[in-house]
Design a protein around this ligand. Structure first.
Ligand code: SF4
Length: 238
């Protein structure tokens, strides 16, 4: 099974802990010509000293960007979110003074992007039932709707950590990850034995303890429901 990365156009980068290293990220993008969209998840990306250079570089490479959360940041960084026209959407907390600054820059540059989505603080009181985690007994219904199941992210929009560690999907429970996407590039990383063994485990339902899925409640739920997922067929051949 060969994973043809020409069809994988999106990448998500988790920057909840730290920002990416710009040279490392640039090197990876330059050898991954098929990527068209990068989503940065987590506000630590705004701690990058070269944030404006990051946006300018992505604009030169014709990449569309999404920011999952805007953190406290400089006016130069807020201006860059608008000025280069490559940031398609941002999520920002309701009441953040940067919202008005973004609208002001949109007027200045006559640009309709980025789309500004508000993160609204919820006043809804949580019940113990609401706070059941994915690791609680509620696991049994996690694979109810396999059209939206997190495993599809493995090829739809692979997730890496800020340092390039390849997580694959949002539910990966492991702390150590043996593949570095930024070092290997998309094609080599997704065609490693380890990554393909994860896809194989999902397809066959046979447990391989070297795979993160062996420790994931979603896989337990698939087993419980007697389901398997051929991620490659679902994502690449649709
Ligand atoms: S079963 Fe594996 S691929 Fe699916 S969500 Fe869990 S860790 Fe990710």
């Amino acid at each position: 099974m060969f994973i043809d990365t020409e069809n994988i156009l999106k990448l998500a980068i988790r920057t909840t802990e730290k920002p990416v290293s710009l040279p490392h990220f640039k090197k990876f993008i330059l050898k991954s010509p098929y990527i068209r969209q990068v989503a940065f998840i987590g506000k630590a990306i705004f701690d990058l000293p070269d944030f404006v250079e990051l946006i300018a570089f992505c604009s030169q490479q014709n990449l569309s960007l999404i920011f999952g959360e805007v953190g406290p940041t400089s006016i130069e960084n807020i201006e860059a979110l608008v000025k280069y026209g490559c940031v398609m959407a941002i999520n920002i907390h309701e009441g953040d003074p940067n919202i008005q600054k973004i609208f002001d820059f949109q007027s200045k540059y006559c640009l309709p992007v980025p789309e500004v989505n508000l993160i609204v603080k919820s006043d809804v009181k949580r019940t113990p039932q609401d706070s059941l985690s994915d690791t609680s007994y509620a696991f049994y219904n996690l694979a109810d709707d396999t059209r939206e199941i997190a495993c599809l992210n493995m090829l739809e929009e692979p997730l890496v950590d800020y340092d390039g560690s390849l997580l694959g999907c949002w539910q990966n429970p492991d702390k150590k990850h043996p593949i570095n996407l930024f070092d290997l590039g998309m094609e080599k990383a997704l065609n490693t034995k380890h990554y393909k063994s994860i896809l194989k485990m999902l397809k066959t339902g046979k447990i391989d303890t070297s795979c993160p899925c062996a420790r994931c409640p979603i896989f337990v739920s698939l087993l419980w429901a007697n389901k398997t997922i051929d991620v490659r067929e679902r994502v690449m051949d649709k």
